[in-house]
Design a protein around this ligand. Structure first.
Ligand SMILES: *Cc1c(COP(=O)(O)O)cnc(C)c1O
Length: 360
């Protein structure tokens, strides 16, 4: 009936991946990170799929948390960047949101707030990424100040890694060392691990994991990694062939004549483009799967369409389904051909792509 640009999301895969995250540690709890609309998978649907087992959820901002509370999601929700304006604090307190505190500015706003009940906070240290967090040499003082406030209930200590996906660098070890040194003597739960650290840095697991990307079944690593190999892709992005052209050697395809046939070629046009979120910077030769067989893009991605080479896939016809990424083609692999990371491909899908859920 309609244009075939679909993302089919397997909620069982998300549950499998959440359990895989938790199984990495014998004791840590895990806040499932569902910011940015659960990396394009639909925050409410993902939260519902995990609602009987997720220890908590994590989002970027209060708007994302309100959406979950309005949908009836009852777990604690961590605001990973905390509050932006002090007037968010009343809702935070009333709705059991846990707020990151990454600056003295936020601590003092909290100290001035009149709250109906104390709030749980995650005090963030800048252990080397230099994006958010209290400097290590001011961390103890910040902790003591927070501890003294009536507005504060439990405190968890957190930090974030810059390079946990790079397994042979020492940066992560150095961040852990700095964190441990600056947090020494503070008796509070700790949270350091995003997906790559959950999968590959056991010394960073501590009390709370914060898996994001891995929940959706994409590996954060450029290289093979034993735990990441157990992930199951949650999203399969598909479209259909809407036209087929038999072209001669020398014929050009698409905007800018971005692909020139080097042989007599069969080129198929797909109903998917950058207006759907498929990256325009996908180079010629980016993989796709047609009828279970891999082939490649040929020509620039346009807004509503893109073109692929089906010369070597006999029997292909208009209406055949094409997978752009998913269970047969890892999104992380496609990302490499686009000079980007799986995070951007997943979060940049637009609302023109119809989302369908399996195994709700
Ligand atoms: C987004 C985010 C995560 C999740 O990171 P992934 O690499 O997707 O697992 C964890 N912690 C913080 C603070 C984040 O902002």
């Amino acid at each position: 009936m309609s244009r075939a640009a679909r993302a089919s999301i397997d909620l069982d895969a998300i549950r499998h991946n959440y359990r895989l995250a938790k199984s990495q540690s014998s004791r840590a709890r895990a806040a499932a990170i569902i910011k940015a609309n659960a990396y394009g998978h639909g925050a409410i649907a993902v939260a519902r799929a995990l609602h009987t087992e997720a220890d908590a959820f994590g989002v970027a901002c209060i708007e994302e948390a309100v959406e979950l509370r309005d949908a009836g999601i009852g777990q604690p929700i961590v605001l990973l960047e905390g509050f932006f304006e002090a007037d968010e604090l009343d809702y935070i307190a009333r709705h059991n949101l846990w707020t990151a505190i990454h600056s003295v500015h936020q601590i003092e706003a909290l100290a001035r707030a009149q709250l109906p009940n104390p709030v749980n906070v995650w005090l963030k240290m800048d252990s080397g990424m230099h994006r958010l967090g209290i400097e290590p040499d001011r961390f103890q003082q910040a902790y003591r100040r927070l501890r003294s406030l009536d507005q504060v209930a439990d405190i968890t200590l957190m930090s974030h890694f810059a390079c946990a996906d790079e397994l042979d660098l020492d940066v992560t070890r150095e961040q852990i060392r700095r964190f441990d040194q600056a947090a020494e003597g503070i008796d509070a739960p700790q949270s350091l691990s995003n997906s790559p650290a959950t999968l590959a840095w056991p010394e960073a697991h501590r009390d709370w994991l914060r898996p994001g990307l891995m929940l959706y079944g994409a590996t954060p690593f450029e290289v093979e990694q034993a735990q990441a190999a157990k992930l199951q892709a949650a999203m399969t992005l598909t479209t259909e062939i809407i036209a087929i052209h038999d072209l001669q050697t020398g014929d050009a395809v698409g905007y800018g004549a971005g692909f020139v046939c080097q042989r007599p070629s069969r080129i198929a046009t797909l109903a998917m483009g950058y207006g759907d979120g498929y990256p325009r910077h996908a180079v010629n030769g980016t993989p796709v799967v047609v009828n279970g067989q891999r082939t490649v893009t040929a020509g620039r991605v346009s807004m509503d369409m893109m073109t692929i080479d089906i010369t070597d896939i006999p029997g292909t016809a208009i209406g055949n389904k094409v997978e752009l990424w998913g269970s047969q083609l890892p999104v992380s692999e496609v990302a490499r051909y686009c000079g980007t990371i799986p995070y951007t491909l997943l979060t940049c899908l637009t609302r023109r792509v119809a989302i369908e859920y399996r195994n709700a």
